[in-house]
Design a protein around this ligand. Structure first.
Ligand code: CTP
Ligand code: MG
Length: 166
């Protein structure tokens, strides 16, 4: 899951500059995505997810860890891209519900990356998804994701990378 987990914190560290929606409003008069979704965060975040995935592929290869999930360029690209696309779509709906940038939206804020990553895998690499994301694996992911999300955001808040601890 590292290629899906890393893009969000890296986007928080590296984000800023031109927002994905270019500052434009949707037909409801509210921002399409908001200032929290930038091109820099998207590109550097996805690159970081692919980077850690390449490291995993290399480590599994040189050590012969055949019992671990066998990542491919495709699987790591889909996990990292899906994670931030899920985050982006989450913000689209967050704005439609009138929630300002940075406000709390329980459940959606924690699971957007998992939903986005697994949806892309389901559409573009279903064989990888069914081979490795079994029901017990999925249950573990659903339990650890909100815990990790909260822990990393508290750290991000204390090191002043994030304005809010969620
Ligand atoms: N970020 C970014 N580009 C992205 C995603 C995140 O630049 N595609 C950066 C922004 O600086 C953002 C921070 O990472 O403020 C934290 O991300 P997140 O919590 O997802 O954004 P919020 O500011 O909370 O905005 P939203 O309410 O839309 O979730
Ligand atoms: Mg947020």
């Amino acid at each position: 899951m590292l290629p899906a987990y890393l893009p969000n914190p890296v986007a928080a560290l590296s984000g800023g500059g031109t927002p994905v929606d270019l500052g434009r409003n949707f037909s409801d008069g509210k921002r399409v995505f908001g200032d929290g979704k930038t091109y820099r965060g998207l590109i550097i975040g996805i690159a970081a997810g692919i980077g850690i995935g390449l490291l995993q592929i290399w480590l599994v290869g040189i050590n012969g860890w055949d019992s671990l999930p066998q990542h491919t360029i495709r699987s790591i690209t889909l996990l990292s891209t899906g994670a931030l696309l899920g985050d982006l779509f989450k913000s689209f709906f967050k704005r439609r519900f009138g929630k300002e940038r940075g406000t709390k939206w329980p459940v959606a804020d924690q699971y957007d990356l998992v939903a986005g990553a697994f949806l892309l895998l389901l559409l573009l690499d279903p064989a990888w998804l069914s081979a490795y994301v079994t029901i017990p694996v999925l249950i573990v992911i659903l339990i650890i994701t909100p815990v990790l999300h909260r822990a990393v955001n508290i750290i991000g808040y204390h090191i002043r990378v994030k304005e809010v601890p969620w």
